[in-house]
Ligand binder design. Structure first.
Ligand code: AHR
Length: 497
């Protein structure tokens, strides 16, 4: 057994818990929209054609924000194809995913769905095939109350009140050669700056996100952020980060430590943003919107042929997640929370079917994948302030990151509860975790759950939807608080007076 400890002290405050840390992502990709959130004719469909079973699971997931409509998709998207009477909407080739987009679900449907799901909509504009004017048009359609051509068109389409969308992404992954309308950092930086400046002429209070790198392994990583921010710094609030992780070549130890890469990624982007800030002698700070992150078995996706027949909403990127994936996701959530001073928004990519915490059958059942659980628990229980905890933990050696701690953790504290989120990355030994809670006064463990399984590759299915689910941790003592964390596990420990 490993021994580890951590000290919880309200004096070690990082930042408030940001609700936007718990964002999700809905892209027109595979079955995320069609037969995911939207399926008229499904037994649970409501009057708008939204699947009620998925709406309920989205609420249970606790997602705060939903980014839409892409992703790679947005870089070829004409938003006006998806408004007005459905019968008049055109079908279009979606070059990003080699599919046909029927445009039966668009902006107004998304705004309505977001309201029902209780999530804040977050929009991306197309800076791949389009530019400043189209960004202004979609903003006018969404946010101007009335009295202009596009705001009146929205009203005519049934949305009397403006959608009031605050957060906007200026394009998507424009550093990626796969992106439609891919640009150099300088080309993109200029376009993003001019788009942002013009959008603020309509609404100065928007929160704007410039595209950072689509991964820390991109050859332009670092210089991309520096160039883009040199052009856009005064016009934007956030720079984006995207990162996906997978177990490679059976190296479970490195995979379970993938949050180390995310930690380094955030530190590098923050340092670059602050460097630009110093050069410009700017007062404000640009923060990080980590608006795509997850486990994604990209190597499996990369090895498949593109569709030749341009199908509508085919199954794509439908990864089935197992316990180890959920523990990796838990570690990524811990890292996002630990960095809440500078990571002020994040979106797990994506919500349903496409690398999603929720899976559905067309016409049939919906269930929670393993990765649903750490997200839902963190979204529900992280509250008040994030506290920095520096675990005293044994280290283990990984091929990718060298020595990393076996225990990865963070704590949050509100008036009622202190909650510890902890991952045991050891593949063979439990961790006996002792909590030093002296700075909290008299507290006791009121709840402790663990997500684990004898088989690290155990998954949930439609027939066995609760194979991997959080269960009460039987190995808990109070005074001093001591909890046994099983090997490869995600854990939540709640303390109260
Ligand atoms: O989330 C899947 C894809 O990953 C998105 O469309 C793109 O932005 C990223 O490369």
């Amino acid at each position: 057994m490993h021994q580890a400890s951590l000290t919880i002290d309200p004096a070690f405050r990082v930042a408030p818990v940001r609700r936007r840390t718990f964002g999700t992502f809905v892209e027109h990709l595979g079955r995320c929209v069609y037969t995911g959130i939207y399926e008229p004719g499904h037994p649970t469909a409501d009057e708008d054609g939204f699947r009620r079973d998925v709406l309920e699971l989205t609420r249970e997931l606790g997602a705060s924000t939903a980014r839409y409509p892409g992703g790679n998709f947005v870089s070829g998207y004409r938003w006006e194809d998806g408004i007005g009477p459905a019968a008049g909407r055109p079908a279009r080739l979606d070059l990003a995913w080699h599919c046909t987009e029927p445009n039966l679900f668009g902006l107004d449907e998304f705004a309505r769905w977001a309201r029902k799901a209780g999530v804040e909509p977050m929009m991306a504009v197309n800076l791949g095939t389009r530019g400043v004017q189209e960004a202004l048009d979609v903003l006018e359609y969404c946010n101007v109350e009335s009295g202009t051509r596009l705001s009146d068109l929205r009203i005519a389409n049934g949305a009397k009140d403006p959608h009031g969308i605050r957060m906007w992404c200026l394009g998507n992954e424009m550093d990626g050669p796969w992106q439609i309308g891919h640009k150099t950092a300088h080309e993109y930086g200029r376009l993003a700056a001019e788009t942002a400046r013009a959008m603020r002429m309509i609404d100065p209070d928007l929160e704007l996100v410039a595209c950072g790198s689509s991964g820390s392994s991109m050859p332009t990583f670092g210089s991309w952020e520096a160039t883009v921010l040199a052009e856009t710094y005064e016009h934007v609030d956030h720079i984006s980060c995207h990162a996906y992780y997978e177990e490679k070549d059976g190296d479970l130890g490195s995979f379970l430590a993938c949050a180390t890469d995310m930690e380094n990624f955030i530190a590098s982007v923050v340092a670059t943003a602050d460097h630009v800030r110093a050069k410009l002698r700017a007062a404000k700070r640009v923060n990080v919107s980590f608006d795509e992150w997850n486990v994604w078995y990209q190597s499996r996706f990369a090895s498949r042929e593109p569709f030749r027949d341009w199908p509508v909403a085919p199954p794509l990127l439908e990864d089935r997640y197992h316990l180890a994936d959920a523990v990796a996701v838990g570690g990524l959530l811990i890292t996002l929370l630990r960095n809440s001073d500078r990571v002020t928004a994040a979106c797990q990519a994506q919500l349903v079917n496409v690398i999603g915490p929720i899976m559905t059958e067309p016409g049939g059942r919906a269930w929670r994948q393993t990765i649903f659980h750490p997200f839902a628990q963190a979204a529900r229980y992280a509250s008040g302030d994030v506290l920095r905890v520096e675990p005293v933990s044994p280290l283990y050696d990984t091929a990718e990151f060298g020595e990393v701690p076996v225990l990865h953790a963070v704590a949050t504290r509100d008036d009622q509860h202190t909650t510890v989120f902890a991952v045991n990355r050891s593949t063979d030994r439990p961790v006996e975790l002792t909590l030093d809670t002296r700075a909290l006064g008299t507290v006791r463990v009121v709840e402790a759950t663990t997500l684990t399984d004898d088989d690290v590759y155990a998954a949930n299915t439609a027939d066995a939807p609760d194979r991997v689910t959080p269960r009460p941790n039987p190995d808990v003592q109070t005074g001093p608080a001591r909890v046994l964390l099983p090997p490869v596990s995600w854990n939540v420990i709640r303390l109260a007076r």
